[in-house]
Design a binder for this molecule. Structure first.
Ligand code: IPM
Ligand code: MN
Length: 360
C-alpha cells in the first residue's frame, strides 16, 4: 500500500517520540512491502518561534494533501504561566482538529499484564481493564465563544453542542461496542448542564438502533471515582470534549504511565494519530520520554487503513519490550539506561525478525 504520512513532531519530546514511530513504520513498510512516504512540518511553539503562527498554512496544506498525520506533542512552559499570551501553541492543535474535522478521538486504555505492578492502583482492581474512550473533539467548551470583559475581571467560555455533533460520534461509539463487549457508558453532567441533557436524549435515541448494546449513563464526577474504583466495568466510554480530556488522563494511571496511551482522531476525510500525553518539557532532549504512545499511535494509523497484521506485529513488539523491561524510566525500575531510542530500536528489530528478538 502507498501512504503519504505527514509527520508533525511539535514541541518538547514530540520529535523524539515521533522519530521512533517513524522508525517502526519504516520497518513495517520494508517487511510488508509497503511504500510509506513521510513529510515533516512544524506546529505549536516551534512554529510560533519560526512563523509567529502555531499552525502555518504550509503545515495545514500538507495535512490536507496527505493520507494520514502522525502528531507528536504540543506546548511550551513559556506560555503556560502567561495568561496574556495572544498566540499559544495549543491553538495549533485545536485549529488542526477543527479544520480537518477530526470529531472523534479514540483513546484505548488497557492494563498490560507486564505492568500490573507499575500502576499505583491495586493489581486486582486494574487487571483485565480494556476501555475504549470516544471523546468528541471539535465541539463543546473548547470551541465555544470566549470572552473577557473590558476591565479583565469577568471571563466566559461557551459550551455548545448540536444534535448532529453528538450523533456522528455516538454512532461510532455504538459500532465500536458491537465489536467489543457491547456496552456504551455516556459520561456527562446531565444533572446540571443543558448540553449534557441533549447528549443523553440524542444518545438514548441512537441506542434504539443498536439493540445489542447496553447503554449506561454516569455523571462525570461519579465516573472519575468509578474509573479508579472499578475500571473493569467500562467497555466503550462516550463523552464530550473536556470530560474526555480529563477522564483519559485519569485512565492512563491504569496502564502505569501516560507515556503508553495512543489515540486516533478521525473525521469524514482526514485522520490523525497522536499520543494523549503532552510535550513533557522537563524531559526534552534527555532520551527518557516513552515512545510507546507514539508507536502505538502508528499502529492505530495502520489499522485505520486496514493493515491489521502490520499493526498486530507492532503491538507484539510493544508487549515484548514491556515484558523484557526494554522501557524508559517512567515504567522501568530494573534498568535505568533504556533510552527512547533503544525502545524504538528494539521494536524495529522485533519487526525485522519477530522470532529471534530475545533479550532474556
Ligand atoms: C490532549 C491535550 C490537548 C487537549 C491540549 C494540548 C490542547 O491535552 O490532546 O488531550 O486538551 O485536547
Ligand atoms: Mn489532554
Amino acid at each position: 500500500m502507498k501512504l503519504n504520512i505527514a509527520v508533525l513532531p511539535g514541541d518538547g519530546i514530540g520529535s523524539e517520540v515521533t522519530s521512533q514511530a517513524v522508525k517502526v513504520l519504516k520497518a513495517i513498510a520494508s517487511e510488508f512491502n509497503h511504500n510509506f512516504k513521510f513529510t515533516n512540518a512544524d506546529v505549536g511553539a516551534i512554529a510560533i518561534d519560526k512563523y509567529n503562527n502555531p499552525l502555518p498554512e504550509k503545515t495545514l496544506d500538507l495535512c490536507r494533501s496527505t493520507d494520514a498525520i502522525l502528531f507528536g506533542a504540543i506546548g511550551h512552559p513559556k506560555y503556560d504561566n502567561d495568561p496574556s499570551a495572544k498566540v499559544r501553541p495549543e491553538q495549533g492543535l485545536l485549529r488542526l482538529r477543527k479544520e480537518l474535522g477530526l470529531f472523534a478521538n479514540i483513546r484505548p486504555v488497557q492494563a498490560y499484564e507486564a505492568l500490573l505492578d507499575k500502576s499505583p492502583l491495586k493489581k486486582h482492581i486494574i487487571k483485565g481493564t480494556d476501555i475504549s474512550i470516544y471523546r468528541e473533539l471539535t465541539g463543546g467548551i473548547y470551541f465555544g465563544e470566549k470572552q473577557l470583559s473590558k476591565d479583565g475581571n469577568v471571563a466566559s467560555d461557551l459550551c455548545e453542542y448540536s444534535r448532529k455533533e453528538i450523533e456522528r460520534i455516538a454512532h461510532l461509539a455504538f459500532k465500536a461496542a458491537q465489536m467489543r463487549k457491547h456496552k456504551v457508558t455516556l459520561i456527562d453532567k446531565a444533572n446540571v448542564l443543558e448540553t449534557s441533557r441533549l447528549w443523553r436524549k440524542v444518545v438514548a435515541e441512537i441506542a434504539e438502533d443498536y439493540k445489542d448494546v447496553i447503554l449506561d449513563f454516569l455523571f462525570v464526577d461519579n465516573a472519575a471515582m468509578q474509573m479508579i474504583l472499578n475500571p473493569k466495568q467500562f467497555d466503550v466510554i462516550l463523552t464530550e470534549n473536556m470530560f474526555g480530556d480529563i477522564i483519559s488522563d485519569e485512565a492512563s494511571v491504569i496502564g502505569g504511565s501516560i507515556g503508553l496511551l495512543a489515540s486516533a482522531s478521525i473525521g469524514e476525510k482526514y485522520a490523525m494519530f497522536e499520543p494523549i500525553h503532552g510535550s513533557f518539557p522537563q524531559a526534552t532532549g534527555k532520551g527518557i520520554a516513552n515512545p510507546v504512545a507514539s508507536i502505538l499511535s502508528a499502529a492505530m494509523l495502520l489499522e485505520h487503513f486496514g493493515l491489521f497484521s502490520e499493526a498486530e506485529l507492532i503491538r507484539l513488539g510493544v508487549d515484548k519490550s514491556l515484558k523484557l523491561n526494554i522501557s524508559t524510566p517512567d515504567i522501568n525500575t530494573k534498568y535505568d539506561n533504556v533510552t527512547t531510542g533503544k525502545v524504538g530500536e528494539f521494536i524495529e528489530d522485533f519487526i525485522n525478525n519477530p522470532s529471534d528478538t530475545n533479550m532474556n
